[in-house]
Design a protein around this ligand. Structure first.
Ligand SMILES: C[S@@+](CC[C@H](N)C(=O)[O-])C[C@H]1O[C@@H](n2cnc3c(N)ncnc32)[C@H](O)[C@@H]1O
Length: 211
């Protein structure tokens, strides 16, 4: 359910992937969003030793890319879908302990970590499901260390489906995101549009000030 007139209710199987439809959606997302996930992780640029969180990891492609860059023991992910969490736990069981990411079931609006835990937070095709987006962003700010960075990424197809406004969906999303970020005390950086094989994506960075 959306809480802003600018947003549409998301398709259930994408916002809450469970059961057989959820499995099909997971396989589709993994393929369709691979280019955007790669671009988003490259832009966030997590460094070895940093603690990094991904919110709404879904089929887990970006979690894997993050763990290759930051070192798996520094990476955590949270998602409310039991299906996605179980799949991530299964993948963890096939890895040696030092290569396991921390997986939690939960929502952006209530993150189960202490203040100032992470150096960087990533969220891909996700923030428009938060109820409302500012509640999740406020939690992102809380768990970020001073000077920490966040990257919000969205695919044009997902943004078009979720925004009730006309025009370029990525421009519309960037217009909404700037004020949302500022309202919770995050400083927006310059948004960037990137081409991917499946369309286009928005990369919108922001930072928590050092104060
Ligand atoms: C469309 S999928 C995107 C998955 C992945 N990030 C990608 O781009 O391929 C959306 C994911 O967000 C999760 N989700 C939905 N509401 C959420 C919330 N309030 N907080 C965190 N994750 C949420 C869903 O369970 C689902 O796994």
């Amino acid at each position: 359910m959306s809480t802003s007139p600018a947003l549409r209710a998301p398709p259930r199987s994408f916002a809450h992937p469970e059961g057989i439809p959820g499995r099909a959606v997971g396989a589709l997302l993994r393929r369709f969003n691979s280019g955007l996930n790669r671009a988003a992780v490259a832009r966030l640029d997590p460094r070895p030793g940093e603690r990094v969180l991904e919110i709404g990891f879904g089929p887990g492609h970006a979690l894997e890319l993050l763990s290759r860059r930051a070192g798996a023991s520094g990476v955590a992910g949270i998602d409310p879908s039991q299906l996605m969490v179980r799949a991530a736990e299964r993948r963890n069981r096939t890895r040696p302990p030092e290569e396991r990411v921390e997986v939690r079931r939960g929502r952006a609006e209530q993150l189960p970590w202490d203040p100032a835990t992470f150096s960087a937070v990533l969220t891909v095709n996700n923030l428009l499901f938060w109820e409302p987006p500012e509640a999740g962003l406020s939690e992102v700010r809380r768990v970020l260390k001073p000077g920490g960075r966040v990257l919000v990424a969205f695919h044009s197809t997902a943004a078009r489906r979720l925004l009730a406004t006309k025009g370029d969906p990525l421009d519309q999303l960037a217009t909404l995101l700037g004020p949302w970020l500022r309202r919770v005390g995050l400083e927006p950086g310059p948004p960037e549009k990137v081409p991917t094989w499946s369309g286009a994506g928005l990369l919108f960075p922001a930072t928590r000030s050092l104060a």
